[in-house]
Design a binder for this molecule. Structure first.
Ligand SMILES: *[C@@H]1O[C@H](CO)[C@@H](O)[C@H](O)[C@H]1NC(C)=O
Ligand SMILES: *[C@@H]1O[C@H](CO)[C@@H](O)[C@H](O)[C@H]1NC(C)=O
Length: 390
């Protein structure tokens, strides 16, 4: 059934979406056909942006929008250039492509084409497009920073951009092992940095490990200056089961910071393999991360309920916890716990089925008619509830 086609009709359908979790909880399980119908409706993915209401309306500390025009300016501070302090930031991401035999079988013409703007993408081109937009945002927001892509030595990434380096690391990059491999690659990378440090002194390079489906929209160098005492940083949210997100990890580029960051990640890897290996495809690393943090008796998990940054000694490391609301803002899947967008949001994470929105946001920002970050955030805020095809 296509009852939710078109964004006007989508608005009418919203109450149905809100009701779904409730319907699920009261339905008898043997009514499978009804459940399947509901499920089909839920996973409908759109091939164009669907604008809905902006969450957080009327809250004075949340972004207010009129259409996709922002009523608040979100970015007040001029970006600081850390290189003046002899410090630099490098973004590090794990990225690999999968040889898609289906795409090739039909002479390069895939049946599975998806169009954004004037460009059509097959599966492989889609993931390359995400990587390129990831780079675009960083190069606009933090032009002094470098980007390091950790990848399977077997994959030949067609990335030729300035300030971007490809760094092959041996490992197992199959889809179902990717999250496990990601931590391994981070650890291997930090090891090489330690070796380098022992050979040369002076210039500091801080590292921010992120997923590649994020848009960095404000200077993140300030984290290292505003919180001078942390070794590594994670982002947290008020979620009992999964309070920590592994999509954003900052490591201070001092020898101590790198060493402690490495030891901490090794601990997470150990817990991942011993306790959560069955969840390895998606969530294992986040569960392991939360387990390691909560296993320290002095740690108070109540601190995750307030969106304020805090510092905690965990093992030998000083760990900074940063609120997802600012450093890892994600459009929510459902209707719950969604209070809009803070005015100082710095990183937007296009998890799951939001990848189309990442491209559309970049195109919007880069279009000559409107190049305002605040307006782009309104676009994201209004369309982030929907699942997309990209
Ligand atoms: C954001 O804009 C709205 C509408 O103009 C206004 O009421 C609100 O006070 C603004 N918030 C801040 C923090 O300036
Ligand atoms: C931004 O848009 C211009 C055209 O308006 C285009 O030439 C340029 O390649 C775009 N930049 C990126 C990084 O996509």
């Amino acid at each position: 059934m296509k009852i939710c086609n078109g964004w006007r009709r989508f608005l009418l359908c919203l109450p149905l979406v809100f009701l779904l979790p409730h319907i699920f909880s009261v339905l008898e399980l043997h009514q499978t056909s009804t459940l399947e119908d509901l499920h089909k409706k839920q996973i409908k993915k759109f091939d164009h942006l669907v604008l809905g209401p902006a969450a957080g309306e009327g809250l004075h500390d949340r972004l207010q929008c009129q259409g996709i025009k922002a009523l608040n300016k979100t970015h007040f501070s001029a970006s600081t250039d850390n290189s003046n302090y002899g410090e630099n930031i490098a973004f590090v991401t794990v990225f690999t492509t999968y040889d898609s035999s289906i795409d090739r079988a039909i002479g390069g013409k895939s049946r599975d084409l998806v169009t954004v703007g004037k460009i059509s993408y097959n599966k492989l081109e889609r993931s390359m497009a995400i990587l390129n937009v990831f780079i675009n945002f960083i190069q606009v927001t933090m032009p002094q920073s470098n980007i390091i892509i950790l990848t399977d030595p077997a994959s030949k990434l067609p990335v030729h951009r300035s300030r971007v380096a490809i760094y092959p690391i041996q490992g197992e990059y199959s889809r179902d092992k990717l999250m496990l491999q990601r931590i391994r690659s981070y650890i291997a990378f930090l090891e090489t940095r330690l070796e380098e440090h022992s050979q040369r002194q002076g210039h500091l390079n801080h590292y921010i490990f992120t997923d590649s489906d994020v848009a960095v929209i404000d200077d993140l160098g300030q984290i290292f200056k505003n919180y001078p005492n942390f070794d590594l940083a994670f982002t947290f949210r008020n979620n009992k089961e999964q309070p920590l997100n592994s999509g954003f990890i900052a490591v201070r580029g001092t020898p101590d910071g790198i060493r402690r960051g490495k030891v901490f990640l090794q601990e997470v890897l150990k817990v991942y393999r011993s306790k959560y290996i069955k969840a390895s495809r998606m969530l294992g690393d986040q569960l392991a991360l939360a387990w390691v943090v909560k296993s320290y008796p002095s740690f108070d998990a109540k601190r995750f309920t307030r969106p304020q940054a805090f510092l905690e000694e965990i093992g030998s490391a000083s760990v900074l916890f940063l609120p997802c609301a600012i450093y890892n803002w994600t459009p929510p899947e459902g209707a719950g716990q969604f209070h809009g967008m803070t005015l100082d949001v710095k990183v937007v994470h296009f998890k799951g089925s939001r990848k189309r929105l990442m491209l559309e946001s970049w195109n919007f920002l880069n279009s000559s008619s409107s190049s305002d970050v605040s307006d782009m955030l309104c676009l994201i805020l209004k369309s982030g509830r929907t699942k997309y095809d990209f």
